[in-house]
Ligand binder design. Structure first.
Ligand code: SF4
Length: 353
């Protein structure tokens, strides 16, 4: 079946490429080695250490097939190869990390090492000049009808890693979002480090620099273990806050007080964990009760409905025409319409196509 990848926002901009890791990507290669020895057992530890000395997590993702073959040869067991690949896929799940493993070093615009983030100055400024979509009808994305352009900030890294100085974030992100061109759009800034985002908002506050209303502060929740991030997000001094509950790995109860928007989705990729649609339905009800806008982004590569696997044509589960009808919900906070400030007519003219 021919499938179409559905883009859920209008655009993405990546001022930072690379990341210090999270539950989807190991902070050190030791975690990958442990996943491999847990999976392969026996005498694999000594063999492995001789092969991967000095490797980064990116090296494991990049050289996965070669390592799997060598391990199978050295251990004299062809079953080791697929097991080793699955262990690496399970430890290195972040698609941004996987893309870095594939492209960095020979494609421009990628960090040299995914675990050492790099700032690419000027990308936000360029995005701010994108055309104004306020009030537009979007035949291919009807959920966006009438809303300003939504720009997702950082899907290839995390700008709130400790290496990024607050002064740089202020110049490259805050100033651009608050600029005359930037105010025509709504920017969705996602981090897995909401405590640092809150500290950044304090830093701005101390300097009398306002957090722009059209910059939505967002964090991710993947399991009960990471629900605590919501409390950190709540401390960010800003008007609009959202949660990306993706990939969702289990049923979660979210503290929604002070939250404006919840996105939910299942995991993509060959190592995708199952996504039980009952978890999405529970969240939908939590959002309805708390009067929070709810948005289903994708069902992922391994969705389950009422105890059975749900077979979908789209490999990300992103085609909502294939979903159960009750989950075709893509809402935004109404405030998104008003926070993209009105500009003088003259300033509206001349946006890039
Ligand atoms: S980019 Fe996001 S998902 Fe990937 S490792 Fe960093 S925080 Fe995790």
């Amino acid at each position: 079946m021919k499938t179409t990848k559905i883009q859920w926002t209008d655009s993405t901009v990546n001022p930072v490429m690379g990341c210090g890791g999270c539950e989807l990507w190991p902070t050190s290669s030791r975690k990958v080695e442990r996943a491999l020895t847990d999976s392969l057992g026996g005498n694999s530890t000594a063999v492995l250490q001789g092969l991967v000395s000095g490797w980064t997590p990116q090296d494991f993702a990049r050289r996965k097939s070669e390592l799997a073959q060598t391990l199978a040869d050295e251990l004299g067991n062809p079953e080791v190869g697929p097991k080793a690949k699955a262990a690496i896929d399970g430890a290195c799940r972040c698609y941004a990390g996987v893309l870095h493993a594939r492209y960095s070093g020979h494609s421009p615009g990628y960090a040299q090492n995914f675990n050492r983030p790099e700032f690419f100055a000027g990308r936000m400024l360029e995005a701010s000049r994108w055309s104004d979509l306020r009030g537009r009808i979007r035949p291919n994305k009807p959920w966006l009808n009438g809303f300003p352009r939504l720009i997702f900030v950082s899907d290839m890294g995390d700008a709130l890693v400790k290496e990024m100085p607050f002064a740089l974030l202020q110049k490259e992100i805050i100033e651009v979002v608050a600029s005359e061109k930037g105010r025509r759009h709504v920017w969705l800034w996602l981090t897995k480090r909401p405590a640092r985002m809150a500290a950044f908002s304090d830093w701005l506050h101390e300097r009398y620099i306002p957090w722009p209303d059209n910059l939505v502060a967002m964090t991710s929740v993947t399991s009960r273990r990471t629900v605590g991030r919501v409390d950190d997000l709540r401390r960010v001094r800003c008007r609009l806050k959202g949660l990306s509950v993706e990939p969702l790995w289990e049923s979660v109860k979210l503290p929604l007080d002070g939250i404006d928007w919840v996105i939910v989705g299942g995991e993509s990729g060959s190592a995708a964990n199952p996504f039980d649609l009952a978890w999405a339905r529970e969240l939908r009800e939590q959002c309805r009760e708390a009067e929070v806008a709810f948005f289903v982004k994708q069902l992922g590569a391994n969705p389950m409905n009422e105890g059975s696997d749900l077979k979908l044509g789209d490999r990300h589960g992103g085609d909502w025409a294939e979903w159960p009808e009750d989950l075709r919900v893509r809402e935004f906070p109404e405030t998104f319409r008003s926070v993209a400030y009105e500009l003088r007519r003259s300033a509206d003219v001349g946006g890039a196509a």
